[in-house]
Ligand binder design. Sequence first.
Ligand SMILES: Cc1cc2nc3c(=O)[nH]c(=O)nc-3n(C[C@H](O)[C@H](O)[C@H](O)COP(=O)(O)OP(=O)(O)OC[C@H]3O[C@@H](n4cnc5c(N)ncnc54)[C@H](O)[C@@H]3O)c2cc1C
Length: 363
Amino acid sequence: MHSIAIIGSGPSGCFLAEILALKLPGVSIDLYERLPHPFGLAISGVAPDHPHTRKVTEQLQRTVDRDEVNLMCNTQVGLHISYEVLKARYDRVIFAVGAEQDRHLGISGEELSNVYGSGAFTRWYNSHPDAQSLHPSLGKKVGIIGNGNVALDIARMLAKTAQEHQQSDLTPHVREALANHSIEEVHIFGRRGPTDASFTLPELTELGHLANARVKVSPDAFAGIDTTQLPISQQKVIQQLQSFADLSFATSNKIQIQFHFYATPESIQGEQRIEGLTIKDTRTGHTDRIQLDSLITAIGYQTPLIEGVPYDDTKKRFAHTDSLIEPGVYCVGWCQRGPQGVIPTNRSEAMGLARKIIKELES
Ligand SMILES: Cc1cc2nc3c(=O)[nH]c(=O)nc-3n(C[C@H](O)[C@H](O)[C@H](O)COP(=O)(O)OP(=O)(O)OC[C@H]3O[C@@H](n4cnc5c(N)ncnc54)[C@H](O)[C@@H]3O)c2cc1C
């Protein structure tokens, strides 16, 4: 009988548990989860208006239902049980705790009210237990810093009408807040140009189909870009952005979603709450101030420290070599490689680690 502890029941912890349960005869897996419910960002990150992506939880549910897997919710490693105890109790310990903390911009004014990290903000619209006390006040002009899919998820969630949110998986108070906000403008800022944006085509295209939103991109964002040298997926992203730039932008009542490329945030102004953001054009050095009522930073995440677990302070995740933290202890998923990659990426990574662990335990 092999005893294994997996800490974190998000996609990577569940995928690993599934493969070990299938391939390692006689294994017993304790799956520790700090929240009252399992599945991590598969339900608290993935946007509530993307039910097809959340369907992965049906597969994860089958894993936690397996006889070999014992899910223990409301149990936070580092608080309710220590790392030292786990190491003494199990043959193998694997961390799959993700990267739950928002990274900071490191500019002045970040502490003002109405400035939110995207982790906190997406937890709010997903009604995550950690966000119960967050009541975001967004105003008319919302800024989002970041050029990844999370930034687009947030813009889309804010710009959708109540009608478009009918099928979204929202609790009543979030549904009400999203239906009654007074947002007129959403500004999305990226430090680099369109070719460096990391959002993907389906998410970008979706913005163009919203009933009550118009997307705006300045044509000069494309100056000097030779798309023929780019991979086809990136070429399509640029084409989609260019099609937004080509739109004539007549005044309308619709929410304006405006992309600002080459825009480095320099400082946030305001007394108690944010009033504006100063950005610097990374090509010309020219600075500009944009009036904002709220700001959401979507610039990445970091893994929180757990007492005793070696940590890489530069990469802001656990210190490891090829997933190995120390003999008998591994990490997988976002706490292993940082906050990059979609749900299926965690499956292939979990498979590789499972193979390694099975080989060790069976030799
Ligand atoms: C806003 C957002 C939207 C996303 N949208 C998509 C999408 O549409 N499609 C897609 O494919 N991918 C999406 N992703 C990426 C995807 O969610 C991640 O690839 C995946 O969730 C990472 O899995 P993980 O198991 O490593 O971490 P997580 O999903 O974060 O799981 C970690 C788990 O560990 C638990 N935990 C943390 N600390 C402890 C502790 N000390 N003790 C016990 N338990 C602990 C947490 O509660 C959590 O359940 C999105 C990510 C974000 C942030």
